[in-house]
Design a protein around this ligand. Structure first.
Ligand SMILES: Nc1ncnc2c1ncn2[C@@H]1O[C@H](COP(=O)(O)OP(=O)(O)O)[C@@H](O)[C@H]1O
Ligand SMILES: [Mg+2]
Length: 235
């Protein structure tokens, strides 16, 4: 793992994330030149995550206790696996998935990016791929010069995956249902941690995603219903 000098993270809004983890504000500033130190793993992981988080969500912090518990569980599992395998660093490889449900504007995407940012400063390696469901389908549409299977595998195999706005397009087409099924079934069987968000009500999931997808999601995900109204309207 590459050594990331502490001043590379200057300007990122990290104080509240570190405080939430009970870490000192200068925790990431240690200049020990050890690429495997938890601080360097955090700096490296955070630098990658910062490139994935859209500008609007650059200061997001998770507020739901369930998300914090999810992060804690992933960190502990990564550290246990590290001890067992005598690995130089702890990496997230397996864990439960989450489904964040709520109406448009309630804060699903905010919580998801907040969780990504908070997990990144824990000192555990977390490699993410992020997409909206709509962008995923667009990226996988068979077209000239694109190996859509290779593209699919890059999402399927990601150690951690965010699929934002699943089921937003109403009824699935044969194509979107197939993509959802193959992606979710693969990650379900291998317990690859995935964060899904959807603005569907719990009772609408089946109609928006189909039976096969809904039943797998039900088993693999803890569901978190975010209560509230559209924050964008309030603003
Ligand atoms: N806990 C929060 N604190 C501050 N702003 C928030 C919070 N949750 C959401 N927001 C803001 O509210 C708006 C809607 O949140 P967003 O996550 O985009 O909604 P959704 O993904 O559920 O449609 C965004 O501008 C977001 O930055
Ligand atoms: Mg959203």
């Amino acid at each position: 793992m590459q050594y990331i000098p502490p001043n590379n993270l200057r300007g990122h809004d990290l104080a509240s994330l570190l405080a939430a983890r009970g870490l000192p504000a200068d925790w990431l500033q240690v200049n020990d030149f050890d690429p495997h130190s938890p601080q360097n793993v955090a700096r490296y992981t955070y630098s990658e995550v910062a490139a994935l988080v859209p500008f609007h969500y650059r200061s997001a912090v998770p507020t739901l206790p369930e998300l914090r518990q999810w992060i804690d569980g992933l960190v502990v599992a990564a550290q246990d696996a590290q001890a067992e395998r005598h690995s130089p660093i702890a990496s997230v490889t397996h864990g439960p998935s989450l489904l964040l449900l709520g109406v448009t504007g309630v804060g699903k995407t905010y919580e998801a990016y907040g969780a990504m940012r908070e997990l990144a400063v824990t000192g555990v390696r977390a490699q993410w791929r992020v997409t909206t469901a709509a962008d995923l389908y667009a990226a996988l549409r068979p077209r000239h010069g694109i190996d859509s299977e290779a593209e699919f595998r890059s999402y399927r195999d990601a150690p951690l995956l965010l699929v934002d706005d699943l089921g937003a397009e109403g009824k699935p087409s044969a194509f979107t249902e197939e993509v959802n099924f193959r992606l979710i079934n693969y990650r379900y069987e291998r317990q690859l941690p995935t964060l899904f968000t959807s603005n569907a009500a719990a009772g609408q999931l089946r109609e928006r995603l189909g039976d096969r997808v809904t039943s797998r999601l039900r088993e693999m995900c803890q569901r978190i219903a975010i209560k509230g109204t559209d924050r964008r309207r309030a603003a």
